[in-house]
Design a protein around this ligand. Structure first.
Ligand SMILES: Cc1cc2nc3c(=O)[nH]c(=O)nc-3n(C[C@H](O)[C@H](O)[C@H](O)COP(=O)(O)O)c2cc1C
Length: 179
């Protein structure tokens, strides 16, 4: 069972979260996981996948242009129904709690629905999620550093636990559907 993870990231926040999603998916026995920055991702690879997870930094409350441009290359796959029935999920990072996390997640999910994909979120029985997560995927806040010399505020251990939980859940669901 194959899981493809594609992400955009300018300063590494979303990349770190993407790696945790990949780690979680790899915890599912038999999962083959492909992790790519959007610049290195090939839309044609999606045809052979059972599950697709994509994520980005929220830019002005929506998908970053880097990932959106890539998603907009999926027209041929949409027209030929190649992604119908594949499992999908989304993740994002933003700088502020109310800076558009849920809108970005919804906007990431929308093209998946257009392609006939089966969306997987994170339910309330995931312990990390009921405390500080989201039901629409994984969206986390990494506040901007107030001092230019300060180290970057990267996703926390709790954020990465959510990423692992999402990856694992997607792989588990895809595994059940692909038998
Ligand atoms: C052009 C641009 C627009 C952004 N818009 C928002 C926004 O609407 N809300 C928000 O909370 N953060 C916004 N941010 C901040 C990023 O979402 C945030 O810093 C993110 O964690 C960066 O992830 P990355 O290092 O993977 O690129 C924006 C950043 C840029 C560069």
């Amino acid at each position: 069972m194959k899981v493809y993870i594609v992400y955009d990231s300018e300063n590494g926040h979303t990349e770190m979260l993407a790696k945790s999603v990949a780690e979680g998916a790899r915890n599912h026995e038999g999962a083959e996981v492909f992790l790519h920055h959007v610049q290195d991702a090939n839309p044609r690879d999606l045809v052979a996948m059972d599950a697709i997870i994509w994520g980005c930094p929220g830019h002005f409350g929506t998908i970053s242009s880097g990932l959106k441009s890539w998603i907009d290359q999926l027209g041929y796959l949409w027209a030929t129904g190649k992604l119908v029935g594949k499992v999908g999920a989304a993740f994002c990072t933003t700088a502020t709690v109310h800076g558009g996390i849920e809108m970005t997640l919804w906007n990431l999910i929308t093209p998946m629905l257009h392609n006939g994909m089966i969306i997987v979120g994170l339910p309330g029985n995931v312990p990390e999620n009921v405390l500080y997560g989201s039901y629409y995927g994984v969206g986390v806040t990494c506040p901007v550093e107030l001092d230019a010399t300060a180290p970057l505020n990267m996703p926390s251990a709790e954020h990465l636990a959510l990423g692992r939980a999402l990856g694992r859940r997607v792989a588990d669901v895809a595994g059940k559907l692909s038998v």
